[in-house]
Design a protein around this ligand. Sequence first.
Ligand code: COA
Length: 707
Amino acid sequence: MPSTPDIKYLFEPRGVAVIGASHDQSKIGHKLVRNISLSGYKGRIYPINPEGGEILGHGVYKNIEEVSGIVDIACVVVPAKYVFDTIKNCANKNVHFAVIIASGFSEVGNFAEEKRIVAYAREHRMRILGPNIFGVYSSAASLNATFGPINVRSGNVAVITQSGAIGIGMMGKTVTENIGLSAIISVGNKSDIDEPDLLQYLIEQEQTKIILMYIEGVSQGERLISTLKKAVQKKPVIVIKSGRSKRGAMAAASHTSSLAGEDKVFDDVIKQCGVIRAETINDALDWCHYLSNSPIPKGENTVIITNGGGIGVLAADACEKYNVNLYDDLPNLTKTFSNVIPAFGSSKNPIDLSGQAPVSYYDSALTAALNNKSIHSVICLACETAVFNPDEFYQVIQKQAAEFKNTKPLVLSLFGGANIEHNVHELQKSDIPAFGDVYEAVSLLGAMYSYYRTRSAPIEPSLEMNIDTDKVNDIIHKVRADSRTFMLASEAQAIMQIAGITVPKSRIAHNLEEAIRYAEEIGYPVVMKIVSRDIIHKSDAGGVALDLDNKSEVMDAYEAINHNVRNYNPEARIEGFEIDEMVRFETETIVAARRDIAFGPIVMFGLGGIYVEVMRDVAFRAFPLSYQEALKMIGQIHSYPILLGVRGEKRKDIETVADSIIRIGTIVRNCPDITDIEINPLVVYAQGEGARAVDVRILLSKPQEAV
Ligand code: COA
């Protein structure tokens, strides 16, 4: 296949054509020419319309093939049924990127036409953005090739959005919120160009300090994961993902034909990449605004400075919710703040300047916090009181914010009447993170800490175990030869043994002597089970004996099972007596690996029983992952304290759980025929005593899906 054009020319095109440029001012094809002309774009503009003539002072070409200059971007604004022919013309002209604004493709079920267009374009070294998009804004080229608003503020936030309407809305909203954009680009149906392609450029582009993505569905998740991991090492990435709810996911499916996948999987995987997830567009925009302007904290110690106890408590609650750690070194706090607070104030964190605090107290307290190297960030709260002068406060905060800007984050929440609200607005206009609601201020600081932790965490290499896949594949071939897509318990257990995961010891005895010998080799207590293809329900037939503690109990059980089975079904063919280790049930966990529709190989962990089934207390990770990340995944579940040992119990063998997770992830990643492995339960013993994979379920892909 021919090589593809450099993505840089999508953001910095040398020439832009508009195919479907209209003389009619009300049409999108006209608005696009207008926006490109008025945005200050310095490259060449080529309106294309079979009628020719002139639009907004630009000569109109009847066909793109008539254009002589380079055309990096052709914006396509003709109805869907004409798009394929238009793409053919673009290919003849060596256009690099077709930006297909037209709707009417996979989002309405017209998959075939979309595929035909992409295949043709790729064959001719052309890439497709869209279809079903609003276009491209790129500050680097002073280009607004969208049908959104014209007055975009240039700045350092880049936005990639799957929804055109949200993107257009953001173009307007960023102006009113004082946020500057380096680029905003919609990917729509993502028929060809997707987020990782665009990130390639935005990661390296100097002007872009932060990247915001609105996502409805992920298709090539493995590529997205590796690109995002690279991106966050250079700049923060914030994501809004819709389709959290069932109804939302259904709506996304019909909007851009995206399969949302399970939201919990997305949430865990995106956080594993170091990406910050925002729930609302407002939060996301606030975070973009201030993360691109504020310093990132250099440590975990946050101090709240307030003139009201109640609001201080609310802020402390918000800190817990958003993972912001309050500094609690009382001697240091007292030393720092005792001179600046009245006797009835408090130097415990929250630092309470008291209700009678004039603005000068804030000034002194902020200076004290600024100069204390052990304090890494400050939440400043103010409720409007009679002794509180909002104008003076505004001046002090302007001065302090300038000092903090180069050292540590300062976020503010001001609560009160019109004067206070005016203050908030004015401070925001100066790019100072002031909010009316305390949760908004703390959520911003939480986002800053999330990024701080990503950047300060060591980059751990991902781990895969050395597993003999040839042996695994031998078993898979036997299952395939039997036309099955599920493995028998014995096959699944054999795979566990190949992978180095401990299963209960088990042997098949063919006579009493063997039964005794195997029981002694395995170690008492043991379980004895009849092996007969004619007896499906072994217990009903009296074919199972539990908890056999010594030789004589084994002998008795052998007799009894023989007798019971003969009575139950005299014709039954007895193939042997299974002697199993009697598993001591301690802490039951579930570990699983599967090939996810969005992200490829993923692993899951949870505690067994109601924890997973009722409370859905599970954690996911994309595979491969580092050993540390596997431990982090285990530590993420709410019921983790059970593994640490409660009520005097010993800490469980968490390391063996992490090891098992990586082993089954490795099998799913390296054996494409296997789609699912679930160990349920993986019984975990005390630290150092390992675990037992008691029940293992392994599924294969349907034959037509096999890779
Ligand atoms: N080459 C060049 N121009 C062509 C053409 C061709 N092959 N075929 C038609 N045109 C011209 C038309 O003559 C017309 O120009 P005119 O008004 O001067 O006569 C212009 O292209 C537009 O064609 P028209 O048939 O009038 O379409 P339209 O403007 O009503 O709608 C779309 C075109 C693409 C905007 C519409 O089909 C569409 O998809 N709308 C949805 C867009 C959308 O919402 N996208 C997602 C955003 S998030």
